[in-house]
Design a protein. Structure first.
Length: 76
């Protein structure tokens, strides 16, 4: 899975600069919560930030795909 979290990085940098902290020599670590649910033959996932169950659902993060190919024929 690939997520574009550039906007979170920019927000994180702004918050640090507002506090007078430098981010030029620091690594920026952004944690997200990935919720995965199997519905029939599909795997659905949502991404939330901050990484809490009540975190904001990231725009365009809700997606699903079929997981049928991961199982042997005849699997129930």
């Amino acid at each position: 899975m690939i997520f574009d979290l550039t906007h979170l990085k920019q927000q994180h940098v702004k918050e640090h600069e507002d506090k007078g902290l430098s981010t030029r020599t620091s690594k920026i670590n952004i944690s997200v919560l990935i919720e995965m649910v199997i519905i029939g033959r599909d795997l659905r996932f949502d991404v939330r930030w901050p990484a809490k169950s009540d975190g904001k659902l990231l725009a365009a993060s809700r997606s699903s795909f079929s997981v049928v190919a991961a199982f042997k024929p005849g699997t129930e």
